[in-house]
Design a protein around this ligand. Structure first.
Ligand code: SAH
Ligand code: SF4
Ligand code: F3S
Length: 472
C-alpha cells in the first residue's frame, strides 16, 4: 500500500496550526473575561471516541475549555454515528432539542461531524431543515476543524464540507484523552470489507494502516504518561499492514507493543474472523501484558446468512478459530457482535446462531436487530419477517446469553484475578475494576488503589457484576 497516497502533507497540517492560532486570537478578543466553553458529545464506536479526542485537542489549542451540558456551551459539537437507524434518529432528536437553547443564545455555534454527516442525504437534511446548525463536516476533513471554526467566527456563515475521498492518515494532531488510565490508539482507519448490511466502508473510506513505528511511539508515550490500559483500534485490526511483510503485520505489532517496558495491559478491537490467524492467538497467549479477551464478531451462525452478509468465513472456520483460542488460552474471555433478523433469515437459520452461542459460551454479546442502511446492498434485499417477530427472536437470544453469562461468572467464584482499579463503585468504600477478560469486579478498598493493578478474589458473582475482595 502506498502510504503517501493517504498521508496528509505537513504543509496542510501547518496551515491548520496557523488557523488554530488565528481562532485563539479571535476568541480571546471576543471572550475577554472567561474562555468560551465547548460541549462535545460522541456517539458510536471507540474509533469515534478516538476522533473526538483529537477534536478536543484541537479545540483546546484554539482556546476552548469544556463543559458538561449544551445549556452552558458556546460551542456544541456532536460527533455522530450512522451504524443503525436508531443511532441517527437520536442525533436528529438531540440536534432538534438545541433549537430553543440557541434561540436564547444566538452566538452559540452548533457543529456536527462524524459518520452520519458523511452521507449526502443527511447533510442535505441538516442544511434544509436544521437552520440553527452552523457547521457540518465529514470524516475525511475533520483535521480542518480550525479552518472551519475560523471561517464561521469571521463570516458568521454556515459551513458544510463533506468532501468524499478514499480517506487519509493524519499524524501529529493534538490529542486530549478522555481519562488518565485508558488510552485509545487507532492503528488503522476505514474498511474494505463491504459487509452487505454495513455503512462503515461508505462513510470511512478505504482501509489504511498507520505506520508501525508511529503506533509504537504513541504507545510508548502513553505508557510513560502513566496510562495503564491501551486499546488498539481498527474496524479489522487483523488486516493491519496486510500487504507488507510479516514483521510489520498485526501479530508483529502486538508482540512489539507487549515488549514495551512498563506496567500496562494491551487490548484490541475489532478482529474480523476472516483475517484472524492462529499466529495472532499464539501471540496473545505469549504475553501477560496482552489482555485475555478476544472480541470476534460472528454476526450469524448460519452459512447461508454469512454468505449473504459477505463475511468471507463460515461457521466451521469461525469455530476452529475459537477452539484453537481456547486451547492456547483456556481462561480466554470471548465477546462478539450478532445481528438478528438479517433480510431473508429464517427462524431455522436464526437457531444456528443460538447453537453457536451455546457452543462458544461468550462472556457477553453486543446484539443488534438488523437495521436497513440506505446505500448498502442489504437495504434492498427482501425482508419479510416483521419487526415484532424479530423482537421475539432477539429476546430468545438475549435470554440465552444471560444464562450463559451467569454460568460463566458463577465459575469465577473463589478464583483470583489481576484487576485494573478504575474508580469507585456504588456503595460506601467500594471500588470498581476490570479483569483482563473485561469483566467488571467490585470490591471494598481504599481509593488510593485507583490506577493500580491488584489481585482480587471473587466472592459473590452475579450475572452482570461480580463482587470480590482484595486477595490475601
Ligand atoms: N468492524 C467490525 C464491526 C463494526 S460495526 C466487524 O466487522 O466486526 C459494529 C457492529 O454493528 C457490527 O459488528 C454489527 O453487528 C453491527 N451492525 C453493523 N451494521 C448493522 C446494521 N445495518 N444493522 C444492525 N447491526 C449492524
Ligand atoms: Fe462493517 Fe464489515 Fe467493515 Fe465491520 S468489517 S466495519 S461490519 S463492513
Ligand atoms: Fe458508527 Fe462510524 Fe463507528 S458508523 S460505529 S461511529 S465507524
Amino acid at each position: 500500500m502506498n502510504k503517501d497516497k493517504f498521508s496528509v502533507p505537513q504543509e496542510e497540517l501547518n496551515k491548520q496550526k496557523e488557523y488554530m492560532n488565528l481562532v485563539r486570537t479571535v476568541i480571546t478578543s471576543r471572550y475577554p473575561v472567561e474562555a468560551p466553553k465547548a460541549f462535545v458529545h460522541t456517539y458510536g464506536c471507540q474509533g469515534n471516541v478516538a476522533d473526538s479526542e483529537k477534536i478536543l485537542g484541537m479545540l483546546s489549542e484554539m482556546g476552548y475549555e469544556f463543559c458538561q451540558s449544551p445549556e452552558e456551551a458556546d460551542l456544541v459539537l456532536y460527533n455522530t454515528c450512522a451504524i443503525r437507524e436508531h443511532a441517527e434518529d437520536r442525533v436528529f432528536g438531540n440536534v432538534g432539542a438545541l433549537k430553543p437553547i440557541k434561540k436564547q443564545r444566538p452566538d452559540m455555534i452548533i457543529a456536527l461531524c462524524g459518520c452520519m454527516m458523511q452521507q449526502q442525504s443527511v447533510a442535505d437534511r441538516i442544511k434544509n431543515s436544521f437552520s440553527h446548525v452552523n457547521l457540518v463536516f465529514g470524516t475525511h476533513v475533520a483535521y480542518k476543524l480550525p479552518e472551519f471554526m475560523y471561517r464561521i467566527l469571521c463570516t458568521g456563515k454556515r459551513v458544510f464540507d463533506i468532501t468524499d475521498s478514499d480517506g487519509n492518515i493524519v499524524e501529529g494532531l493534538p490529542v486530549m484523552r478522555e481519562g488518565t488510565l485508558r488510552a485509545w490508539i487507532p492503528i488503522m482507519y476505514g474498511c474494505n470489507n463491504f459487509c452487505s448490511y454495513c455503512i462503515v466502508p461508505y462513510v470511512r473510506g478505504r482501509e489504511r494502516s498507520r505506520d508501525f513505528d508511529a503506533v509504537l511511539n504513541e504507545v510508548r508515550d502513553v505508557v510513560s504518561a502513566g496510562y495503564k490500559e491501551i486499546t488498539l483500534l481498527g474496524q479489522n485490526v487483523n488486516s493491519y499492514n496486510k500487504d507488507l511483510d510479516e514483521d510489520k503485520r498485526f501479530p508483529a505489532l502486538l508482540k512489539a507493543i507487549s515488549e514495551i517496558e512498563g506496567d500496562f495491559i494491551v487490548r484490541f478491537m475489532t478482529s474480523h474472523p476472516r483475517d484472524c490467524t492462529k499466529e495472532l492467538l499464539d501471540v496473545m497467549a505469549s504475553s501477560d501484558k496482552i489482555a485475555k479477551h478476544l472480541h470476534l464478531p460472528f454476526q450469524s451462525g448460519n452459512d447461508r446468512v454469512l454468505r449473504e452478509m459477505n463475511r468471507h468465513y463460515d461457521r466451521e472456520k469461525y469455530l476452529s478459530l475459537i477452539d484453537y483460542a481456547y486451547k492456547v488460552m483456556p481462561e480466554l474471555s470471548i465477546t462478539s457482535d450478532v445481528i438478528v433478523g438479517f433480510p431473508g433469515e429464517t427462524y431455522e437459520e436464526f437457531c444456528d446462531t443460538l447453537s453457536l452461542i451455546e457452543r462458544v459460551k461468550y462472556t457477553s454479546l453486543f446484539t443488534f436487530i438488523f437495521s436497513a442502511r440506505p446505500g448498502t446492498k442489504a437495504y434492498s434485499m427482501p425482508d419479510p419477517i416483521s419487526r415484532e417477530e424479530k423482537g421475539k427472536w432477539f429476546k430468545e437470544l438475549t435470554d440465552l446469553q444471560e444464562k450463559i453469562a451467569g454460568e460463566r461468572t458463577a465459575n469465577m467464584k473463589g478464583k483470583t484475578y489481576r484487576v485494573l482499579v478504575e474508580g469507585t463503585a456504588k456503595g460506601e468504600g467500594m471500588l470498581s475494576g476490570r479483569t483482563g477478560g473485561n469483566i467488571i469486579i467490585e470490591f471494598p478498598g481504599d481509593e488510593s488503589l485507583i490506577g493500580e493493578f491488584i489481585d482480587v478474589t471473587v466472592t459473590n458473582p452475579r450475572t452482570w457484576i461480580v463482587y470480590g475482595e482484595i486477595a490475601k
